[in-house]
Design a protein around this ligand. Structure first.
Ligand SMILES: [Zn+2]
Length: 214
């Protein structure tokens, strides 16, 4: 666990006061089941990408391996009777969707690159790639427009990898959908081209664990 630079002082103070100071190297298991969490939090530090889970509610960052992300039972929906949603399963079958628009009872997962300054990467462009999913069923990320029409931006159901384009300073919330309850491992990497040298740089693959609850 580590703290966002901008909040380090206050967070450290709080921990010191409550006697819960945790060494930076400690492996803790943190469970996050509600609130604003940029699951794929992207930073560029010491000439390398740093992928972390950014808990925006508490201003805390965690390494992906120390976090259990939860899709609570309340995220279960019935797949709409609409061909545009057939990628989630047959109409009426169960799916679990963490929604694009925040529901305060549920985890609100995002992809955040606000920590990356403009000008480091060519055109400020970053690619977030879903390279693999293991779990009991398919996982997808889709946006919905004002009419409720979905657009898939990643889906393990039709082959991976899938790449989501974002930018330095960018911040994206979409629907994160699971087609069965159980434990999923989502593997993401991030890449970009350094503006100064033209060198393409890619992060190591980060694995995120989701528990989808019936
Ligand atoms: Zn966010």
């Amino acid at each position: 666990m580590r703290f966002s630079n901008r909040l380090m002082l206050s967070a450290t103070t709080v921990l010191a006061l409550t006697g819960l100071a945790v060494p930076a190297t400690a492996t803790t298991c943190v469970t996050l089941d509600q609130g604003h969490v940029d699951v794929v939090g992207i930073a560029w530090e010491d000439n390398a990408f740093n992928l972390h889970v950014h808990d925006e509610e508490h201003g805390v960052e965690h390494t992906p391996a120390e976090v259990q992300l939860i899709a609570k039972p309340g995220s279960q929906i019935a797949v709409p009777d609409d061909a545009a949603y057939s990628f989630l399963g047959t109409p009426g079958s169960a799916a679990w969707v963490l929604p694009q628009v925040q529901d305060p009872e549920l985890l609100w997962p995002g992809i955040g690159a606000e920590e990356i300054a403009s000008g480091i990467f060519t055109n400020d462009a970053l690619k977030v790639t879903l390279v693999g999913v293991t779990g009991p069923a398919d996982f997808s990320i889709f946006t919905t427009d004002a009419f409720g029409t979905p657009t898939r931006i990643a889906d393990s159901g039709n082959g991976l990898p899938d790449t989501i384009n974002t930018t330095a300073g960018g911040h994206l919330h979409a629907n994160w959908a699971f087609e069965a309850a159980g434990t999923y491992k989502l593997k993401f990497k991030v890449s970009g081209t350094l503006a100064a040298t033209g060198q393409k740089v890619t992060s190591t693959v980060a694995t995120y664990t989701f528990q989808v609850q019936k």
